[in-house]
Design a protein around this ligand. Structure first.
Ligand code: SAH
Length: 377
């Protein structure tokens, strides 16, 4: 695996270098797109990056209670929206299919919900798509066969029209960011260039020209020379797509990711390989490159489209409101001591202030006649 990683890195590095030498420095968003999504050599095109033996671990992989509560949440949304049939359940970036499997198993508890579902999974990785197929068609095949349809698509716009719930866990953070740095001459974009030395390195350079009008958030006060601000064009495109769906149909969007409530300066670009941080510029194609999600900016996009964002709350509050503690107590009643310890250790990982509980936030946007925002009250 390590040898393959090194090979991927050098081939992809050479391609990106060639592009930069020919066309000039690229945005960080473009660099991330290539490093993660290059059709043959991108990080998400290679081996399964998730789980204990992979590079990082996500909430659904930590405990099935996470997905089960989201399944219950989706079922309740379906009921509150008037039990529409067919009803689209869209997941973006489904990883190993674990969240969807847990959603469907828990959704069985809501009468008629599973039978109304048209499932659409937005995924670019062929490897993960294969794992999702295995999880959904084999492990929980009997639940999936009760749904009306299941398909894989490469972008949200390909999902069928109609009433829907969309969920995404740790999806926005992989979408490319652009960074701007305050200089004595004003804001300038941070771009990716290559060094002239051999062996070459990718390095940051500041653009000489002014950024496009309106691209740097206007509500930044007291910024200093050297400060960095991040924006995420692909996230705004995604939110616009959600908004046009919400204008036509009843629906709701539940996004869970790590990030901050308010727009603030800071460089949050990071890369993780083998559960350890590494330099994003060192490893195109071999590490997961992500950046924190700015929930205020997501919120603003919804509001610009006249859509109401119910609330942004922490993962800890969302899971607590949904009854994760009662659920853990209930499931663990007949467990042996070691199983119980394991379950509460995982619960702590999801909920603790110092672990995922606070850093991860949940945003809900909604359009429906009712006003009961289950899980957010
Ligand atoms: N939601 C999962 C996995 C998160 S990792 C979990 O919580 O475990 C990010 C996921 O998004 C992976 O499935 C990855 O292949 C997918 N992905 C990354 N970039 C994408 C893109 N541009 N379009 C669609 N899927 C993408």
């Amino acid at each position: 695996m390590v040898r393959k990683k090194v090979l991927t890195m050098s081939v992809l590095s050479d391609q990106i270098r060639q592009h930069i030498v020919t066309n000039g420095p690229i945005t960080i968003a473009k660099y991330m797109e290539e490093a993660l999504g290059h059709p043959r050599l991108g990080y998400y095109m290679g081996e399964d990056p998730l789980g204990r033996s992979g590079d990082f671990i996500t909430a659904p992989e930590i405990s099935q209670m996470f997905g089960e509560l989201i399944g219950l949440w989706c079922g309740v949304q379906w009921k509150m929206m008037g039990q529409k049939e067919p009803f689209n359940l869209i997941e973006l970036g489904p990883g190993r299919g674990t969240l969807m499997a847990d959603i469907l198993r828990a959704g069985l508890g809501v009468n008629g919900f599973i039978e109304s579902l048209v499932l659409s999974l937005v995924e670019i990785s062929p490897v993960l798509k294969g794992i999702q197929e295995e999880t959904l068609l084999n492990s929980i095949g009997s639940e999936v066969r009760k749904t009306r349809a299941l398909s894989w698509i490469s972008q949200l716009s390909e999902a069928p029209d109609g009433p829907f719930t969309a969920v995404a866990n740790e999806f926005i953070d992989v979408l490319g960011i652009r960074q701007f740095q305050k200089t004595t001459k004003g804001w300038r974009e941070r771009l990716v260039d290559v060094s002239e030395s051999e062996p070459f390195k990718f390095q940051y350079i500041l653009s000489e020209s002014l950024p496009e009008d309106g691209i740097v958030p206007s509500n930044l006060n007291n910024t200093n020379v050297g400060d960095i601000i991040e924006i995420r064009p692909a996230a705004s495109a995604l939110i616009n797509e959600f908004c046009s769906r919400l204008k036509q149909n009843p629906g709701c969007v539940l996004l869970i990711d790590y990030g901050h409530y308010l727009t603030a300066c800071g460089n949050t670009l990071q890369a993780i390989s083998n559960h350890a941080y590494c330099d994003p510029m060192d490893s195109p194609g071999t590490a997961d490159i992500t950046a924190h999600v700015n929930f205020e900016l997501l919120n603003e996009f919804f509001i610009k489209n006249n859509l109401k964002v119910k609330k942004i709350i922490t993962q800890q509050d969302f899971l607590r409101n949904m009854g994760i503690i009662e659920r853990a107590e209930n499931v663990s009643k007949n467990m042996k001591f070691t199983e119980k310890t394991n379950l509460f250790f995982r619960l702590k990982r999801l909920m603790s202030h110092r672990l995922m509980g606070n850093l991860f936030k949940v945003i809900l946007t909604y359009k429906s006649k009712n006003n009961n925002y289950f899980g957010f009250n």
